[in-house]
Ligand binder design. Structure first.
Ligand code: HEM
Ligand code: HEM
Length: 182
């Protein structure tokens, strides 16, 4: 360990890249989703750009499904030390929100696929799940900002090492505590 920050408590670079890559793809989903209604919802033929955005939504959504699947496998089989949040109930809450986000994103990718290629009725569930994803993400981001203000080192765990940001000291446990046990 060098300096006040314990670098070993950071998420590994690959997982940081997965986290922020999926965030970027979710923003893409939001930006492209309007084109789907313009493609199917009017009597006019869809524009080339809307068709492109619709295709981008489908492929970006499938990529989210794949990347979240990898994250779930990593979390189950290669757990890393969880942040030492106090009181302990915060650790359970944080894990519950993370698992909720995985479940919601996987379900959204699946229902989107079904709606696009197999049965349009699944679109209703897909749209409903978007609200679930948004709610859980809002809680998650509020928690991240709370940690940034508290400067307890939690936010720095998910920032790229090269960014140079340090939001306080990170309290890493001496022994790996599986993130999956809540
Ligand atoms: C986790 C990944 C995904 C997210 C976050 C996402 C997000 C969204 C959002 C925000 C909407 C618009 C909801 C509204 O009208 O208020 C939407 C609609 C739609 N998406 Fe996705 N999507 C994802 C994956 C997919 C995939 C993989 C496909 C297809 C392969 C897909 C196909 C569709 C379709 C067909 C609609 C229109 C549904 C309807 O209104 O009946 N989505 N999506
Ligand atoms: C669409 C937006 C987001 C989603 C879906 C999301 C999802 C997740 C998930 C599922 C985890 C668990 C670890 C993992 O699987 O890699 C996580 C961890 C984390 N996220 Fe996010 N996140 C989002 C946005 C943000 C933002 C905007 C911030 C910061 C401002 C942030 C900060 C963090 C931090 C610090 C952790 C690590 C927490 C810990 O130490 O256990 N996330 N995120």
């Amino acid at each position: 360990m060098t300096g006040p920050f314990q670098a070993d408590s950071r998420y590994p670079t690959f997982r940081v890249a997965l986290h922020w890559g999926v965030v970027a793809l979710i923003v893409t989903q939001w930006l492209t989703s309007g084109a789907i209604h313009r493609t199917h919802g009017t009597l006019l033929p869809p524009s080339a750009i809307d068709l492109l955005l619709h295709a981008a939504h489908n492929y970006s959504g499938m990529t989210i499904g794949l990347l979240v699947g990898i994250r779930v496998l990593l979390r189950l089989f290669k757990p890393i030390p969880s942040a030492q949040l106090q009181p302990a109930i915060l650790r359970r809450l944080s894990a519950a929100v993370h698992w909720g986000i995985y479940a919601s994103l996987l379900a959204q990718a699946s229902t989107g696929f079904v709606a696009a290629y197999l049965w349009g009725g699944a679109g209703r569930v897909h749209v409903f799940l978007w609200n679930v994803t948004l709610t859980l993400t809002a809680i998650h981001v509020a928690a991240a900002l709370f940690h940034a203000v508290r400067r307890d080192g939690v936010l720095s765990r998910m920032l790229p090492a090269f960014s140079g940001f340090r939001f306080g000291q990170s309290r890493a446990p001496t022994r790996a505590r599986p993130l999956t046990r809540i």
